[in-house]
Design a protein around this ligand. Structure first.
Ligand SMILES: O=C(CO)[C@H](O)[C@H](O)COP(=O)(O)O
Length: 215
């Protein structure tokens, strides 16, 4: 099995804390996600800073774009994003706009299936349009209401589409091997790392678990 990538969600609002957290966990993660509240608060300056400090990690900017896809995503790709996210609920015109911006910068697009009623159809259409990643995602508010991404992950992974499948939504040490077995190729972890007493230790454990599950 190909080694899944670990994506660390940087969900603080504070610029310096975000950079410091990234420094702590960098040895264990493949992708830094600048979370939606964080990018709204800090803007393209943070993309430039992380790009310059972490040439070895991929940089995902979680824009969750809903409209004006090409126009909104272009400055973030220009600042160094490898991947920007666009909402599946935005519709094909907006998704297509972000794909156009990504192509102009030799970069990639993730379509976030959060709150999409027909996730299978959206994943199929996104793959057809040229998105490289679809994200199965139970958001923080839905997690608080008791929801998980596991059943949706299995359904999307089982389609065998020509896209990478990312999973997010409260993934932690106890569930990381389950999502690898379900076919996730990108595993997003936020609170289980940044909320741990030692974020570096938590990230190291997750790296170890993912590597063991995919060996
Ligand atoms: O995109 C997000 C919220 O919309 C989070 O960054 C994502 O859910 C990962 O964080 P956690 O592991 O805490 O769920």
């Amino acid at each position: 099995m190909a080694r899944p990538l670990i994506q660390m969600a940087l969900d603080s609002l504070d610029f310096d804390q975000t950079v410091a957290l990234a420094e702590q966990v960098a040895p264990y993660v493949d992708i830094f996600e600048i979370g939606t509240p964080c990018i709204k608060h800090n803007g393209v300056g943070l993309v430039k800073e992380l790009r310059q400090r972490f040439p070895d990690q991929l940089l995902l900017v979680d824009l969750k774009t809903m409209d004006a896809g090409e126009y909104e995503a272009t400055p973030f790709y220009a600042a160094g994003a490898d991947i920007c996210t666009v909402l599946g609920v935005s519709g094909l015109a907006t998704i297509g706009g972000v794909i156009k911006a990504a192509r102009a910068h030799n970069a990639e697009v993730q379509v976030d299936l959060i709150n999409v009623p027909d996730k299978v159809e959206c994943a199929r259409e996104s793959a057809k349009l040229g998105a490289q990643i679809v994200g199965v995602h139970t958001g923080l508010d839905a997690q608080a209401a008791g929801q998980t991404p596991f059943a949706d992950l299995q359904a999307i992974a089982d389609l065998g589409l020509n896209v990478r499948v990312s999973v997010a939504g409260g993934i932690k040490q106890a569930t990381v091997q389950q999502v690898v077995a379900s076919g996730a190729s990108i595993i997003v972890v936020g609170a289980a790392i940044y909320g741990a007493p030692s974020p570096a230790e938590a990230a190291r454990e997750i790296r170890q678990l993912v590597d063991a599950a995919s060996a």
